[in-house]
Design a protein around this ligand. Structure first.
Ligand code: PMP
Length: 427
């Protein structure tokens, strides 16, 4: 497989974009080699500038749950574009998408659309601080909630990969308002609340962690957090930017039966266009301007093309049997990967929640950022390169989730398992 043209494009990009990319993980630094430059996507496949095709398990890091260039979404967005691409004024589309989201996730009584997951979490925390009159927040090591200043402390995802504990440029005094505790460690959260009684505005958590690789919350942990935050007068914020409309129609909160105070969304609700959202209990959300004093705004927020892509995507996800199909495909892939690893004599820990999965290159269980970090990243990098050469585009970092879409057919899954077997056999 030649990737000559991609290589040339990457060189050219590096002369004008830092690292040749607009988001660090795309540069393939964690796995080595050059990234394919993508020319187009269709269904379960990506096609690069050299004409190679790949079975895609990145799915734009989650949004493309229907697959690439879904004909219904594309037709709706194309049609919407002929009526104008941005107005900076209210449209019916925003209410339509809001209804689709709140019907699926009833804990969201009022919702505000923004342009990214980063904006959603940043704004939800501002609101939580305003509502409680407190400054500190708790996040979990390896949890990624976007790149706003206060959340770049022990974040997972690209940062875990790059080994940057904190980003320079974040004022120390501000970062100090973020308290970081290990995932799946309720005693640590209790101790932190005790130490900072009356100071903690909110706990923000990925209820299914997906940015240290996929790590489910252990049984009882989220229930405990719900009780503790209620008792302490702090808000519980679920960051469902990945898990929303992914692990179940109603997100992790439906799957696990826990009701947060605020929820952050992104990715799937924009159907592949830039969207984020945050919402929750009415009395909290009513603090947002123009109803209340907490300011947050956006020139392109509620953008008609993005709303349209989200509406079409959520309508499809509301059809019966969709999540059962996703589960079937994902279970088949996970079973195949496990069997291939066993046949190849390679120790992996396959962690899966619904259509999210990570093959950790470690024999030990993974329950938090520390245990995830024990994975053999060099072995993963070799595996990734061979898999790419075999025509499968797996996330280019050990600490990311692979995403299965509705466009992945049985034949696609079989092809992938075979390619995984070959990539593991030569490790
Ligand atoms: N929260 C979570 C859980 C995420 O996975 C991400 C991005 N992967 C974000 C927030 C930030 O979203 P965005 O990249 O759209 O700013």
């Amino acid at each position: 497989m030649s990737r000559e043209r991609s290589g040339k494009l990457f060189e050219e990009a590096q002369r004008i974009l830092p690292g040749g990319v607009d988001s660090p993980v795309r540069a393939f630094k964690a796995v080595g080699g050059n990234p394919p430059f993508i020319a187009r996507g269709e269904g379960s496949r990506l096609y690069d500038e050299d004409g190679n095709s790949y079975m895609d398990y990145v799915c734009s890091w989650g949004p493309m749950i229907l697959g690439h260039a879904d004909p219904t979404v594309i037709a709706a967005v194309t049609d919407a574009a002929t009526r104008g691409t941005s107005f900076g004024a209210p449209t019916e589309l925003e209410t339509t998408l809001a209804k689709l989201v709140t019907r699926a996730i009833p804990s969201i009584e009022l919702i505000r659309f923004v342009n990214s997951g980063t904006e959603a979490t940043m704004s939800a925390l501002r609101l939580a601080r305003a509502f409680t009159g407190r400054d500190r927040i708790i996040k979990f090591a390896g949890g990624y909630h976007g790149h706003s200043d206060g959340l770049l402390t022990r974040a997972g995802s690209g940062l875990a990969t790059l080994g940057i504990p904190d980003s320079p440029g974040v004022p120390a005094a501000y970062a100090a308002t973020t308290l970081v505790v290990p995932y799946n460690d309720p005693a640590a959260v209790e101790a932190t609340f005790e130490q900072h009684r009356g100071e903690i505005a909110a706990v923000i958590i990925e209820p299914v962690a997906a940015n240290m690789g996929v790590v489910p919350a252990a049984p009882g942990v989220l229930e405990g957090l719900r009780d503790l935050t209620s008792r302490e007068g702090a808000l519980l914020i679920f960051d469902e930017v990945i898990s929303g409309f992914r692990v179940a129609h109603g997100g992790a909160q439906e799957l696990l039966g826990i009701v947060p105070d605020l929820t952050c969304l992104g990715k799937i609700i924009g159907g592949g266009l830039p969207v984020g959202a945050y919402g929750g209990r009415r009395e909290i959300m009513e603090m947002m301007a123009p109803l209340g004093p907490v300011y947050q705004a956006g020139t392109l927020s509620g953008n008609p093309l993005a709303m349209t892509a989200g509406i079409e995507t959520l309508r499809r996800l509301g059809e019966p049997g969709v999540y059962e199909q996703l589960e079937e495909k994902s279970a088949a892939l996970a079973a195949g990967v496990n069997a291939a690893a066993e046949a190849a004599g390679v120790a992996i820990h396959l962690s899966r929640v619904a259509s999210l999965m990570t093959a950790f290159f470690t024999a030990d269980p993974v329950t938090d950022f520390e245990t995830a970090s024990r994975s053999d990243t060099a072995a993963f990098a070799g595996f990734h390169g061979r898999l790419l050469a075999g025509g499968v585009y797996w996330p280019p970092s050990q600490f990311e989730a692979a995403f299965v879409s509705l466009a992945h057919g049985d034949e696609d899954i079989r092809f992938t398992i075979e390619a995984v077997g070959s990539a593991l056999a030569t490790s």
